[in-house]
Design a protein around this ligand. Sequence first.
Ligand SMILES: [Zn+2]
Length: 192
Amino acid sequence: MTGLDQDPRWVKFHDANRVCSCCGESFDGVFDIGFSCPQSWPNTSDPRPNSEFQELRKTEPNILTDDFCIHDGHYFARAVLPIPIIGSQTRFSYGVWGSLASENFETYLNSFNTDTQSQIGPFFSWLGNQVPQMNDASVEGSLHACDNRARPEFFVTDTAHPLYDMQENGITFDALLDIYDDAGCGVRQHLE
Ligand SMILES: [Zn+2]
């Protein structure tokens, strides 16, 4: 395996003291691309704090907090979809939402403030966001809770889906740069 620390662009990408000559921007390495709500959530209002969830639930049918969402009778948890980067120990993640069956959502919710949440699940889940370049309406996966209050990890289980291969085998640094370009936060041109 070729170590990415031999790639001058990778080195520049991780040098927070370097200032790009074209725009003055600095980079501090791999960053995630996240979604603040499930794709089906209808408005762009800011999520409420998690601490308000139980109180909101008494009156609101549709709720969005930082890590929980109920919409039209569907339940979602905020998660990360990790993708290894070939030649490095770093992972890139999409910050996505995953659906949960109602009983699994309650289990997840009730264990949320523990440090041992990995003892529950994993749970069947549908990917709740459309990742750039992926046109599928529904992607089947599995939600794995994590310890020490880290966000749960979504793993695509549909072996025919391109994301499955990306999670299984990793992506190149160039593929990551393509992802950033497609998401409108291009990095490539600032590593020349
Ligand atoms: Zn620049």
